[in-house]
Design a binder for this molecule. Structure first.
Ligand SMILES: [Zn+2]
Length: 511
């Protein structure tokens, strides 16, 4: 260690509170470890640091990073030997999270696409392929570059399941005992949490949640058709995905609507039929939206801290089957084969069975879902930003920026949208002491932006650099990372690709 470095570290240790404006009080043993270790120092100089909790902009800040931690923020001198990133005129936000993703392709595709887009955390919503647990563990060990991953169990669905088990390795559980066994199996396979699904019956669902609690796992996923949103929240499910089931619970005719949903019958693997039967029921629920019911249901979600992941990115495509593919990232970063599967799913499975009236209703449903999400924000329901990447035309990493834009279009402020992709995920994952905000003592997961995301959320796309666990991916490295992905998707695969079941399934539908 050179002398200036030793001096600097002595100063930070002794005069920490002065240097960091008090935030060093958060120093942890891990932080002390970073300071002692002979780890590289990086200084982001003259940045505007965005506080996603208050919306404040702290200007002319130096963010000092030692190893994987932020060790100081303020108007600080730059220690000799530090790598300097000139952040004059730039904005620093916490690393982003996609809280509903289904990774695609090989380790040369999804992990770098996430990082290049500023995503430093991913909640993988179906542990359908063991390679996902392998990526998670190698990323954690530092032997694969990618975002931190929290990976679901395989989908646990009722019997008959919406998925074709010969194509997608779901776990089918038709009674309480098989539900409990599914949870034990998921734990043994390495799942971080249990993914529950639409067709679970009441007894199976109760068994799953009880067994998960015993094994120290949480349950996240779809609200099962058999239960109301309040029942799901009060049962302790930690997050509810998509606007399907939750949209039904705010109808003045909820009892009728639930009866209709319980009457749905689906053959094994016929996801498309479930969608077709759900559409008219969703339509009735949307037409009979009750503010009183919404206040009641949203209050329950808020009090229980049950998160909602609207996945508007997925809904935007499936609600608008004549959706025009205009995103240039699609052809650059997705293989022709994947795109062909999506086109096939939309054109041949999703679109043709619908009447003109149904399609018109679906388009109106899209407008309604955005209003609904606006109401969630207005009622302070905790929201997670998630895309359902893996459904048609959603590109890993890029999609999160689409989702942020959708959340703002739905009525969130840019700060609220950012919060849903940073601080709220950190709290949800029980990692708020280390992740989710730009503060001394926390892990240095950061995005440096060329423009202010609080004035226009689309500025989250104007990425200058990404910092993941203290490692800076500067403009040149980021450009190369994207070029390498482009080359990888155009070339025949050289690494193990995720099985098709991890992605869009026969119906090309939401997970
Ligand atoms: Zn999904």
């Amino acid at each position: 260690m050179n002398s200036s470095r030793r001096e600097f570290l002595a100063r930070t240790a002794a005069g920490a509170a002065v240097i960091a404006g008090g935030s060093f009080a958060a120093a942890t043993p891990a932080l002390a470890g970073s300071l002692r270790a002979n780890s590289p120092l990086t200084a982001l100089v003259d940045a505007t640091v965005i506080d996603v909790e208050t919306g404040q902009r702290h200007r002319h800040q130096t963010v000092l990073i030692a190893g994987e931690r932020i060790v100081g923020i303020g108007r600080l001198p730059v220690p000799r030997g530090a790598t300097v990133v000139d952040a004059t005129g730039k904005y620093v936000v916490p690393g982003l999270a996609d809280m509903h993703a289904h990774s695609l392709g090989t380790e040369h595709v999804s992990p770098p696409l996430y990082l290049a887009n500023g995503l430093t955390t991913i909640r993988e919503m179906a542990g359908n392929d063991p390679v996902l647990y392998d990526w998670r563990d190698r990323i954690e060990a530092g032997t694969l570059l990618g975002p931190r991953m929290v990976v679901a169990s395989k989908i646990i669905d009722g019997d008959p399941t919406l998925w074709d088990p010969t194509l997608t390795p779901v776990i089918v559980a038709g009674d309480e005992q098989s539900g409990r066994a599914a949870v034990r199996r998921a734990k043994a396979e390495g799942a971080d949490f249990i993914k529950v699904y639409s067709r679970l019956n009441r007894a199976t669902y109760a068994g799953i949640l009880d067994e998960a609690r015993k094994l120290g796992l949480t349950a996240h996923g779809h609200g099962p058709d058999a239960l109301t949103t309040k029942e799901v929240s009060n049962a302790g499910q930690r997050s509810i995905e998509h606007i399907h089931s939750i949209g039904l619970s705010v109808s003045s005719r909820e009892a009728d609507v639930r009866r209709m949903v319980r009457a749905i019958t689906v053959q094994k693997g016929d996801y498309n039929s479930w969608f077709r039967q759900m559409h008219p029921i969703e339509w009735i629920a949307a037409q009979t939206y009750s503010e009183a019911r919404a206040a009641d249901v949203f209050g329950t979600l808020r009090r229980n801290r049950t998160r909602v992941t609207p996945t508007l990115t997925m809904h935007s495509v499936l609600d608008q089957p004549d959706y025009a593919r205009i995103d240039p990232a699609l052809t650059k970063y997705m293989g022709a084969e994947e795109l062909a599967v999506y086109d096939y799913a939309i054109e041949n499975l999703y679109k043709p069975n619908r009447s003109a009236e149904e399609i018109a209703h679906q388009r109106d449903m899209w407008a309604w879902r955005k209003q609904f999400v606006g109401e969630l924000f207005a009622h302070n329901v905790p929201i997670l930003a998630g895309t359902d990447t893996g459904t048609p035309y959603s590109v890993p990493g890029f999609a999160l920026h689409d989702e942020l834009e959708h959340l703002v279009a739905a009525g969130a402020t840019p700060r609220q949208a950012l919060y849903a992709a940073t601080a709220e995920p950190a709290r949800f994952l029980g990692r708020a002491a280390e992740l989710g905000t730009v503060e001394a003592g926390k892990i240095a997961d950061l995005v440096v932006l060329d423009a202010d995301p609080l004035t226009d959320i689309r500025n989250t796309r104007k990425i200058h650099s990404v910092v993941t666990r203290g490692r800076v991916i500067g403009p040149a490295a980021r450009t190369k990372m994207l070029a390498d992905v482009e080359a990888a998707v155009q070339a025949p695969p050289t690494a193990v690709a995720l099985s098709a079941g991890g992605c869009c399934g026969a119906a090309g539908s939401g997970h």
